[in-house]
Write a protein that binds this ligand. Structure first.
Ligand code: NAD
Length: 541
């Protein structure tokens, strides 16, 4: 046994490949896309390291061509859910006791595999299964996943080296135990990187997980699971369990050994999980850790001193990349009257230039939204606006679900700062603008702060430093990630740890050390070298 104290060096963020015409990466990615497109694979559950088939099947289709099946997958029944719980409890004994450097090395190895051997596989499966263009897939499924894995190994080495002071004749130690029980990792469809991190950050700290992937992201998530295994993740540490959320949730959350949940998704789902945990409180061995990142109603606030072109580009990228299906996507804007005409013209012109379609055509900026439910829900907001008297659509406004679930990037202008699309999360390519009188800058900042229940991301565009400081101050609790002269999306691991409070979640900051602290239950150990031999104290003389 080597008794040295190991360090994992601070990594650099994974280099983002550009996929420019003629580049090697573009050729390789296209090859992989064609391979995945022309085959139909069968996806089993993976429990205790073993593939399990239930015969109860679902289909993975392409959102941009929903008649095309990429895979069939097996759905868990009560029997497999129990198997997964048992497997995670069994694996906990070994995994929670193993040297942490072994765990960290597995993460770093998985990152290496994704950076090289499987980069195109993981990107192509995200592109086809979740309808992302090449660049959006690259920054998510390759780069962010890799960054989460490498940075977390580094953050863990820092956490493990933090020790309390020892006084005279005593030694104090802090042991960073994993939670006593398994973690239920419930992942959303929109980021492959999040699905990876919801499992691998608890696993790094010595926990085992039961992973409920989103039904609409199963293809890329299955490949992640296979890569974790190839990187050396022992059987049962992560148990891959596609199936009905409600069925799996009910059974897993009522188990006494639930150590915590690591969730990213909508508020409704998170609230229902939290409620279920509250109902079961008496049955648990420990109070489960509840970590959840949920919705957003992210804003772009513009000061009269802002540069109109920078604002327009920030809105187009911030609101429409990945069809607005980012929790951080801009969806409401506050623009001063003096700049509105100029910004409006730019927005209308840019929206006209956006190409929408299949991600295999690299000229498309916008692809399809994830499924029919999502399409219908977004179109309801657009139709509501068409019938409203206090709002109008100034760009886009159409949808077509005949072949794929396509919604045009849509811009709404409203005179009502509390208009439905200014307050509710739509999770689609819809941006609403409220135009304010220049003299009302301060008042409108307060309005922005009080408009929506969410507080995830937000941006201020301004050339005036004093105005920026004022926005920073007035909007202090309106966003967990705040941007100055930048779009509110695209947080990078190690640079902008991510998360929000209020209705946006528990703000445990994925991509930073704060998240890792949630997966440990420290034990303090004090040893006295000179134990007392007399119960009386000198002051009693
Ligand atoms: P969702 O809530 O519909 O689903 C999330 C996961 O929960 C899925 O795996 C789903 O199958 C599962 N689920 C649903 N009901 C369940 C139940 N009763 N028990 C257990 N699991 C259950 O969310 P989604 O549509 O996949 O993702 C979109 C949402 O995620 C948006 O609201 C978005 O803002 C949010 N999001 C937030 C962040 C963030 O960091 N704040 C990041 C990404 C996405």
């Amino acid at each position: 046994m080597n008794n040295a104290i190991f360090n994992f060096e601070e990594p650099k963020n994974e280099k983002i490949l550009c996929y420019n015409p003629g580049s090697i990466e573009r050729t390789e990615l296209i090859k992989e896309i064609e391979k995945i497109h022309s085959s139909e694979i069968e996806i089993p559950l993976i429990i205790g390291g073993k593939e399990v088939r239930t015969g109860k099947l679902g289909k993975v289709v392409m959102p941009h061509d929903h008649g095309h099946v990429l895979a069939t997958y097996h759905l868990a029944t009560e029997k497999e859910i129990k198997l997964a719980i048992d497997a995670s409890i069994n694996a906990h004994k070994m995994w929670s006791n193993i040297e942490w450097t072994v765990r960290a090395s597995i993460l770093v190895k998985a990152a290496e595999l994704m950076s090289t051997k499987y980069r195109y596989l993981i990107n192509a499966s995200t592109m086809l299964g979740q309808s992302k263009n090449a660049y959006q897939a690259e920054i998510d499924s390759a780069c962010e996943t890799i960054d989460f894995l490498r940075y977390n190994a580094y953050f863990a080495s820092k956490i493990y080296s933090e020790q309390p002071k020892s006084g005279f004749n005593q030694l104090n130690r802090m042991e960073f135990r994993p939670l006593e029980g398994f973690v239920f990792a419930v992942s959303p469809f929109n980021f492959t990187a999040i699905a990876s991190n919801l499992n691998m950050s608890p696993a790094l700290m010595g926990n085992t997980t039961i992973w409920k992937p989103a039904t609409t992201a199963i293809l890329s998530n299955y490949h992640l699971m296979k890569i974790f295994q190839e990187a050396g993740l022992p059987d049962g540490v992560v148990n891959f369990l596609p199936g009905s959320g409600a069925l799996i949730g009910n059974q897993v959350l009522s188990h006494k050994d639930l150590g915590g949940i690591h969730f990213t998704g909508s508020n409704n789902t998170f609230n229902s999980l939290w409620r279920k945990i509250s109902e079961n409180l008496e049955n648990y061995k420990s109070y489960p850790r509840i970590v959840g990142e949920t919705g957003g109603k992210d804003f772009i606030f513009v000061h009269p001193s802002a540069n109109p072109l920078e604002v327009a580009v920030g809105i187009i990228r911030g609101a429409f990349e990945y069809q607005g299906q980012k929790c951080s996507a801009a969806s409401r804007g506050y623009i001063p009257k003096s700049l509105w005409n100029q910004i409006k013209d730019l927005l209308i012109q840019m929206t006209k230039e956006i190409k929408m379609g299949d991600p295999r055509d690299f000229t498309n900026f916008v692809n399809a939204v994830i499924d029919e439910n999502s399409f219908n829900s977004i179109m309801k907001y657009i139709d509501f606006t068409k019938n409203a008297t206090d709002a109008k659509i100034i760009a886009g406004g159409n949808g077509d679900k005949s072949k794929g679930y396509f919604v045009e990037p849509t811009i709404i202008e409203t005179s009502n700062p509390f208009f439905k699309t200014m307050t509710e999360e739509i999770f689609g390519p819809v941006m609403t603008i409220y135009v304010y009188e220049d003299k009302d800058y301060e008042k409108t900042l307060q309005l922005c702060d009080a408009t929506s229940p969410y507080a995830l991301t937000g941006a201020i565009f301004s050339q005036d430093r004093i105005a920026v400081a004022e926005a920073c101050n007035k909007l202090r609790y309106a966003a967990g990630n705040f941007y100055i002269n930048d779009k509110p999306t695209g947080a990078m691991v190690g640079m902008q740890p991510f998360g929000g409070a209020r209705g946006s979640g528990t703000n445990d900051k994925a991509g930073g050390n704060l998240n890792l602290y949630r997966w440990i239950s420290p034990r303090t150990i004090k040893e006295t070298f000179a134990p007392a031999t007399d119960f009386r104290y000198p002051f009693m003389d």
